[in-house]
Design a protein around this ligand. Structure first.
Ligand SMILES: Nc1nc2c(c(=O)[nH]1)N[C@H]1C(S)=C(S)[C@@H](COP(=O)(O)O)O[C@H]1N2
Ligand SMILES: [Mo]
Length: 555
């Protein structure tokens, strides 16, 4: 619907193989089984042996008169949160499907996933790139859905992140500014045995005596609200941040909170699952324990059991959110630049002022090098590159030009004579996978010194021999500033061996605070320019032009 794909786009976004598949490592079933037996099993034993627990002590003593009602700001934050979270989940699922595998190891070795959403076994006898591996997701579930729409999916995701965070901060601040916090923050350890007693009821298909949520929640309900606000939300933000290359290579200790970067990515997914489970249970309980009254609580802030206004308002909000999904779908396929511009305006500026200022720090050691490294992109097909490859790139000359005092051409030997720096770093592909490798090559600052760019130069463009996904020369641009950062090199070596053809021979870029698509492989020439706007379609690179990726790729 709303989508008009030409043949080429159809091959990318709407492939023949659109099977939905979920493969889970057996260990996950074991863990889930243990959790289930330990909770539901224990609840049943208690019920069968001792009967239902009695005397459910109220979660909050009413001595202070309880905390009555729902103020307007709480109602507003609640519904805004519903709106933002639904967008974040849907766009997040589209992002996930671009690398439909989750791991606990940095190198993303195929076969080591704990869960995967693709039936594909990575073939060993031919090149299988990360882009080949992307999977289709229905646009009913994902935003924008379809296959390999990560540029737009990230657009939607990141546009809403600051609003989600801001809304959360306002909500929590106002909770504590008054007495509303008492409703969801437990203030006695008694909450745990109380919550267990409530759980025994639910697990054995009994409803505990209903407390009017207008004044207070039962212990389990209170704990789950507390978890959604004070555990899941911070975990979502933290695990999200840990996936940023600019953060990861500056604060290496941070992703370790989750084991490693892929652990953070897995955690980000688990938090999403947590929210989905929460939403399903929450909505079910709202409906099962007095829908009309509960809806009056959370829309009008009244405790009426007969007034249907609350329910109508609630349904209207849900309908609006659904309508927005249709609108977002239309925008994605008909006005994709809106999403890209919105993303640049909101996050591009934010990152430029913050994350982009961080300087990468060396950290990884030889033993951290990944046994497997996903390849990406299309090997060049040009005669020029093939001829150079045949002769081991002995005839290769890197052309450096643009707004510089000295235009030059340099052979690999020339470059090697100019110096070499080596570092072991983590590559972060926009699709979600990562890999650690040792890179050796010439710091870009040496080239910059040699050619002496004009003072008006802000940007360096790197052109490849290879082509982009939809044809046309692959290129990308970087700020001069990022080219001067530690670890920014033109690499001819990978893991102490000559750079393999698949990984970008004769030369590839490493700019460590940026995502993978900015690491141009098979470099043909370099150009110093005043702005990226005059190159290609003017968005800063081939993927920025054709796939709506970000100009600055810090996250
Ligand atoms: N010329 C060219 N360079 C490219 C690409 C490409 O398609 N063409 N893909 C980019 C992307 S998306 C990634 S993740 C990295 C992958 O590098 P690797 O093959 O060494 O893993 O290369 C980047 N450089
Ligand atoms: Mo990538």
């Amino acid at each position: 619907m709303f989508t008009h794909l030409n043949q080429e786009e159809k091959a990318v976004h709407y492939p023949a193989d659109r099977r939905l598949f979920i493969g889970v490592n057996p260990s996950v079933f074991v863990i889930l089984g243990i959790i289930l037996i330990a909770t539901v099993g224990a609840a049943w034993i208690q019920f069968l042996v001792a009967g239902l627990p009695k005397n459910l002590s109220p979660a909050i003593s009413l001595s202070g008169g309880g905390v009555k009602g729902f103020p307007w700001w709480l109602i507003l934050c609640h519904w805004l949160n519903f709106f933002f979270i639904s967008l974040l989940i849907r766009s997040g699922l589209s992002i996930l499907m671009d690398h439909p595998r989750l791991y606990w190891n940095n190198g993303c070795t195929p076969g080591s996933e704990w869960i995967k959403f693709t039936p594909v076994q990575v073939p060993k006898d031919r090149v299988w790139t990360a882009k080949d591996d992307a999977r289709y997701i229905s646009p009913v579930i994902g935003l924008p859905g379809y296959r390999h729409t990560i540029g737009l999916a990230r657009g939607w995701h990141f546009i809403h992140v600051p609003f989600f965070v801001f809304n959360g901060v306002v909500f929590v601040s106002l909770l504590f500014a008054g007495n509303q916090w008492q409703k969801i923050v437990p203030h006695s350890w008694q909450i745990f045995p109380d919550a267990w007693s409530v759980f025994v009821h639910y697990a054995t298909f009994h409803l505990p005596a209903e407390m009017n949520g207008f004044y207070q929640y039962n212990a389990l309900q209170q704990l789950s609200y507390f978890g959604a606000v004070f555990i899941l939300a911070p975990l979502a933000m933290l695990s999200g941040l840990c996936m940023s290359p600019a953060i990861e290579n500056r604060f290496h200790w941070l992703p370790k909170l989750f084991g490693n970067r892929q652990g953070a990515r897995s955690m980000h997914f688990l938090v999403m699952l947590g929210y989905v489970v929460f939403i399903i249970v929450h909505v079910t309980m709202v409906a099962a324990t007095g829908l009309v009254r509960n809806m009056n609580h959370i829309t009008l802030g009244t405790d009426s059991t007969s007034d249907l206004t609350g329910l109508s308002i609630g349904l209207t909000i849900v309908l609006f959110a659904v309508a927005f999904c249709f609108y977002a779908h239309w925008v994605s396929w008909n006005r994709p630049r809106w999403v890209q511009h919105g993303e640049t305006m909101i996050n591009g500026n934010l990152w430029q002022l913050t994350l982009n200022k961080l300087k990468p720090r060396e950290y990884f050691k030889k033993e951290d090098i990944s046994p497997f490294f996903w390849p990406n992109g299309k090997l060049p097909v040009s005669e020029e590159w093939k001829k150079l490859a045949e002769n081991n790139f002995n005839d290769y000359k890197l052309k450096v030009g643009g707004l510089v005092e000295n235009k030059i051409e340099l052979s690999l030997d020339d470059l090697k004579r100019m110096g070499k720096s080596e570092s072991i770093t983590m590559h972060h592909c926009i699709q979600g996978w990562s890999g650690i490798a040792a890179w050796g090559g010439l710091p870009l600052k040496e080239i910059i010194k040699l050619v002496n760019p004009h003072p008006s130069v802000t940007t360096v463009a790197f052109y490849s021999f290879g082509e982009g996904l939809y044809g046309g020369k692959y290129y990308d641009t970087h700020t001069l500033d990022n080219c001067l950062k530690p670890g920014s090199i033109l690499a001819w070596e990978m893991n102490d061996k000559p750079l393999p053809q698949l990984y970008g021979a004769p030369l590839r870029l490493r700019i460590e605070n940026q995502l993978g698509y900015k690491q141009v492989k098979w470099i043909d020439r370099i150009e110093f320019v005043e702005t990226h706007k005059t190159i290609g379609k003017g968005y800063g690179g081939k993927n920025e032009d054709d796939e709506y990726f970000d100009l600055i790729a810090n996250t």
